[in-house]
Design a protein around this ligand. Structure first.
Ligand code: GLN
Length: 498
């Protein structure tokens, strides 16, 4: 049996019992990355030496009878938006090329404390802005199910790494869908926890009122294992919730009898691919068979989600990204001959550094956000968006008075072709239709495979839950995965023995 055939849960048990060494497991995954990533481009850096050293020290400790952590020997791929002291952190931007953070993100520190092995940093849309991974300054990621298609984004590298068995689990971040949408398009499971459940300290900020870190894995049970190690209060993140962390793994077996799942008719309107609609309806039927009660509900302001998100997120991004000016942070343009038209050499340096460092989508968001926040437009755009955000949040609160979870599609279509939407930013933004509401409301959501198109592309199902309902989200997804085997299917590329 290859380590890549084991779930994360079985893998840590095998290491704990001495049936598998952390070194052998890490090496097996590193070999897969070396063999497969040339055609997928999921990794921006791989730390072969460092991760084998970490693995060896775990094996030594175990052999010496010393305690090892709950994730001992588990290889983890981390989105390049999280700071790591021993590997570069670029956010897939030229602006941060070669940046070595002076500290680890809290999530990275917790993974290390649990004895996970951080094998590499994954590709993403630049500064997490995008839904296809095509906004990376270091080339797009290819979907393991069809290399001509996108893996989704912005955590596309993390999703593709797990889908192609180059890592058993990965860490992503989700501001408007960036864990759930790529998980859906790559046929894996991804959880966006409640805002504040997982510390954001050391996550390069995109839109601070929406950003949240979460696990991506082959199953809900594996996500539960990771969440147990990374969730919990962090005094270093003022928005982190000081709420007890339940056992996400212990509760999984409990049946779904009587759990009420909301179905929103508008999720099946025009624009939804019939194959997606069919698979999602089948998933509702499976939940009903598992004892859940399906109830029709309404989210009356869901239509305004994308418009609201594309004001709130760029406004916060324009402010967060102001620090990258070549002086305080980020790429600095070479001093050249002053080309004129600037107030001073300093202003020219700022302008040229930002012009060279940021890619087109990041510039578009900064301009949108700066415009919407400017005097005279603030009330019409930003303040109004905040008011609509409140209405959207209220919709969720009202819905969760009637149901325990809300089900539906993650995306209206399966993975689209690379290049298909790059010329039309609006059509790319519409991809986020079903995912942005979760972030605007600050609640949690999980996405997992519920079928395949005739051409063999995965289709994702999304469950959203009230604040701090991660236990229920994971349990519902896990119960579904006991009834179905969609999550066990692997793309042909993953079957390659390395
Ligand atoms: N696709 C969305 C965007 O482009 C979501 C990104 C994210 O969640 N980081 O902003």
């Amino acid at each position: 049996m290859q380590p890549s055939d084991l779930s994360a849960v079985d893998l840590v048990n095998a290491v704990r019992q001495g049936d598998l060494t952390a070194v052998r497991c890490t090496e097996a995954y590193l070999d897969r990355i070396a063999a497969l990533d040339g055609s997928i481009n999921a990794f921006l850096s791989v730390d072969r030496e460092g991760s084998l050293r970490t693995a060896a020290s775990i094996d030594e400790r175990r052999k010496a009878g010393k305690p090892i952590g709950p994730l001992a020997g588990l290889p983890v791929a981390v989105k390049d938006a999280l700071c790591t002291t021993d590997q570069p952190t670029t956010c897939a931007s030229k602006m941060l090329a070669g940046f070595r953070p002076p500290y680890d993100a809290e999530v990275v520190a917790r993974l290390r404390a649990a004895d996970a092995v951080i094998v590499g940093k994954t590709n993403m849309d630049e500064f997490a802005m995008g839904g296809s991974n095509e906004n990376s300054a270091f080339g797009p990621v290819h979907n393991p199910w069809d290399l001509a298609r996108t893996p989704g984004g912005s955590s596309g590298g993390s999703a593709a790494a797990v889908a192609a068995d180059m890592a058993p689990v990965a860490i992503g971040s989700d501001t408007g869908g960036s864990i759930r949408q790529p998980a859906g398009l790559c046929g894996i499971t991804g959880l966006k926890p409640t805002y504040g459940r997982v510390s954001r300290r050391g996550l390069v900020a995109f839109a601070s009122s929406l950003d949240q870190i979460g696990p991506m894995a082959r199953s809900a049970a594996d996500c539960a294992l990771i969440l147990s190690s990374i969730a919990g209060h962090d005094p270093g993140d003022a928005t982190s919730l000081d709420a007890p962390v339940p056992s996400y793994t212990a509760d999984l077996e409990r049946p779904l009898e009587g759990v009420r799942i909301g179905r929103v008719a508008a999720h099946f309107g025009a624009g939804v691919d019939p194959e997606v609609a069919h698979a999602v309806e089948e998933a509702f039927a499976a939940f009903r068979a598992a004892g859940a009660i399906i109830k029709e509900i309404d989210l009356p302001h869901a239509d305004a989600g994308v418009a609201t998100y594309y004001l709130v997120a760029p406004c916060e991004a324009s402010s967060n990204l102001a620090r990258y000016d070549g002086a305080h942070y980020g790429h600095r343009a070479e001093p050249g001959k002053t080309s004129g038209g600037f107030e001073s050499a300093l202003v020219e340096m700022y302008c040229r550094s930002r012009a060279e460092g940021f890619g087109p989508e990041v510039k578009r968001r900064i301009m949108l956000g700066t415009y919407a926040l400017s005097a005279g437009y603030y009330d019409a755009y930003y303040a109004k968006a905040l008011r609509v955000r409140r209405l959207i949040r209220q919709d969720y609160l009202d819905a969760f008075a009637e149901v325990d979870l809300i089900g539906g599609p993650v995306s209206a279509t399966a993975a689209f072709k690379l290049g298909e939407k790059t010329g039309d930013p609006l059509s790319m933004y519409l991809v986020d239709l079903y995912t942005v509401g979760t972030n605007l409301a600050g609640v949690g959501g999980i996405s997992f495979p519920c079928g395949f198109t005739k051409s063999g592309l995965p289709i994702g199902f999304q469950l959203q839950g009230p604040a701090l309902a991660e236990q229920l989200l994971l349990r519902a997804a896990d119960r579904y995965q006991h009834l179905t085997d969609w999550h066990l299917r692997r793309p042909a590329i993953a079957a390659q023995r390395c």
